[in-house]
Design a protein around this ligand. Structure first.
Ligand code: HEM
Length: 206
């Protein structure tokens, strides 16, 4: 097997792993194992799924610095697009099961639940990143591509704010995600980013 085949297998494996939760939730809904409110089950799971995908995507750069393994870089775009796909399914669940496609309801929802506006901003940001994720867009945007894709950081902030406003009565789960996000972001601080290759060298010497 050539290295090229190995990378295809790796990318294919990541694709199947990212698809698996969706297949599981669909199965649970189809077999009535998703509880009394399957629509809400899908809404909450796809929301959390999108957050997981975003955190995983943002972990890949520090992991590459730490290990120098090319495999992490090769799945960055794929996981970014999975974040967008989960977020779109989350919003679709909202439109279908909460709004019942009654768009007149949206106005009163926005006033009653400001976290929807925060979620919408995060989704718009994810769409901008998805639309500019191709090699063609990368070439077209040149030096502007990297600063544009740093939008992922404020998007993560918006998603955490959205989540916080949803669950503010019970913050235990939220705090876990916020700590994970803070750790991932801390690896981007210049002194920490510079230390990661040193950690790799120290570990490989040991
Ligand atoms: C138009 C955009 C969005 C809308 C309308 C929306 C709507 C909602 C609603 C209605 C809930 C459940 C509130 C409840 O418990 O009653 C929710 C929860 C959540 N959403 Fe969103 N959302 C949007 C965007 C996003 C995005 C972009 C993400 C992540 C990338 C996200 C992640 C979450 C998370 C993590 C939860 C909490 C799930 C839980 O409590 O287990 N949402 N959202």
């Amino acid at each position: 097997m050539t290295a090229r085949h190995g990378w295809w297998l790796w990318r294919g494996g990541v694709f199947l792993a990212a698809l698996a939760p969706l297949a599981l939730w669909a199965w649970q809904v189809a077999t009535h194992a998703a509880g009394p409110e399957p629509g809400r089950f899908l809404l909450l799971n796809t929301g959390l799924g999108a957050l997981w995908m975003l955190l995983l995507t943002l972990s890949l750069t520090p992991l590459t610095r730490l290990t120098r393994w090319k495999g992490f870089t090769l799945i960055r775009r794929q996981l970014g697009l999975w974040t967008l796909a989960y977020a779109c399914l989350h919003v679709l669940s909202y439109a279908l099961f909460i709004l019942g496609l009654d768009w007149a309801l949206l106005g009163s929802e926005l006033v009653k639940r400001p976290y929807i506006i925060v979620g919408m901003l995060a989704l718009l940001g994810l769409m901008a990143l998805g639309a500019t994720s191709s090699h063609w867009a990368m070439r077209r945007l040149g030096k502007r591509w990297k600063p544009l894709h740093r939008l992922a950081y404020p998007i993560l902030g918006l998603v955490l704010l959205h989540f916080f406003l949803v669950v503010r009565a019970d913050l235990k789960e939220w705090v876990m995600y916020a700590v994970a996000a803070a750790l991932i972001m801390a690896t981007r601080l210049p002194p920490v980013a510079r230390a990661l290759p040193r950690v790799r060298r120290a570990v490989s010497r040991a």
